[in-house]
Design a protein around this ligand. Structure first.
Ligand code: AGP
Length: 372
């Protein structure tokens, strides 16, 4: 078993470390020399894709968080309305679907019963289903019209890490491909994003090399009961994912909020020395959101919160309000989750270890949930 873990104490640590390769492998062969996408495996014709008037993403858990991020990319690059729904909620509310709906089912295992039932329901209504999946020949891709495989390799730890990053990559590829097939006013931006995507695995590697202070911080928080996570735009699903990892692994009360919602309720939770992780959007691009998050940090710090800030290199505006500062490389806004999630995975894994929990097999959880 030690050999299987490649010298790491846990599969989760190995899988976190494998992320640069998983990301690169998922891009491999899908971007040609001219910077165009070639997703031949997606056996849905270009004309059918041009007719799509709504995208609906269904998934559970971490895969659902990938879907939430995909929505920002799909709507921005393609202008097609996109809904994201928990697979377990989707089919029981009589959703509106027809032949022009593209349903994207995201699943690492390809065996999640809730997601499978949602896609069956979608196909019965005439919708086309594209699976994003990490397991060759599993049930979800077999029952879908087409599949885009993530090439993360087998993920053994119950807490999903490398599969999540590759789901994001696959979602970006689908969004960019839809933009390419349908024509988009974002041609130049898309070209630039494709170039950045091709380099992003090196940036993930750089993040991994700077994680020791995050591990130290995690150990120092081992006796806390609660950690909150705030984010905005694509940083909001990142906050949800950070909180989910902490619940699963450290068995702590962890909640993710949209930073803009603070004043609508959650700010009442802030008390002295409460750790709050803040995922800060890039000061370039969406600078309005950046400034708003900086004032959120001021507000919660004034009420005693201990801020753990994840911010782009060179973002100096956050420094006065950060009790702990975790730097990530600058990326285009929509791609930031690929680098911002990594410290949260490391944080949760180290906290779980410090609390003496079983990292790869958290209590009460199964790797793949094959019952509804
Ligand atoms: C993530 O860490 C989970 N253990 C869990 O939320 C998982 O993402 C979810 O059950 C969906 O699994 P799937 O991707 O295999 O469908």
């Amino acid at each position: 078993a030690a050999a299987e873990k490649g010298g790491y104490d846990y599969f989760m640590l190995k899988e976190i470390a494998e992320q640069p390769k998983a990301v690169a492998d998922t891009l491999l062969g899908r971007i040609d020399a001219s910077g165009s996408l070639t997703l031949d495996e997606v056996r849905i014709s270009a004309s059918a894709l041009r007719e799509v008037d709504k995208v609906v993403i269904v998934a559970c858990g971490t895969a659902f968080h990938a879907g939430l991020i995909a929505k920002y990319a799909i709507e921005h690059w393609t202008r097609i309305p996109c809904e994201v729904e928990l697979a377990s909620e989707f089919r029981y509310r009589d959703p509106i679907l027809d032949q022009q709906t593209l349903v994207i089912a995201i699943s690492q295992s390809g065996e999640t019963m809730d997601t499978l039932m949602a896609l069956r329901h979608a196909r019965e209504q005439g919708a086309r289903v594209l699976a994003i999946c990490n397991t060759n020949g599993s049930t979800i891709p077999r029952e879908s019209d087409a599949v885009l495989y993530t090439h993360a390799g087998p993920e053994v730890a119950v807490a999903s890490t490398k599969a999540f990053l590759t789901q994001l990559v696959a979602c970006y590829l689908v969004a960019l491909y839809l933009g390419q097939v349908r024509g988009t006013k974002w041609g130049d931006e898309i070209g630039a994003v494709i170039r950045e995507l091709s380099r992003i695995s090196c940036e993930v590697e750089r993040v991994l090399e700077t994680m020791e202070p995050v591990r130290e911080l995690a150990r120092s928080l081992a006796s806390k009961n609660t950690v909150l996570f705030l984010g905005r735009h694509v940083g909001y699903p990142v906050a949800l994912e950070g909180a989910l990892k902490l619940k699963e692994l450290a068995y702590m009360h962890a909640e993710g909020f949209a930073a803009g919602e603070l004043k609508h309720g959650p700010i009442a939770l802030i008390e002295d020395d409460l750790p709050v992780v803040v995922v800060v959007p890039s000061p370039r691009g969406r600078s309005v959101l950046h400034d708003k998050i900086v004032s959120n940090m001021q507000e919660i710090r004034a009420r005693g919160a201990r801020t753990i800030v994840i911010a782009e290199e060179g973002d100096e505006a956050v420094v006065p309000y950060a009790d702990h500062l975790i730097r990530i490389p600058a990326t285009p806004t929509l791609l930031q989750p690929l680098v911002a999630t990594v410290p949260l995975q490391v944080f949760a894994c180290e906290l779980a270890t410090a609390r003496g929990n079983e990292v790869d097999q958290p209590r009460n959880l199964a790797k793949s949930v094959t019952v509804e």
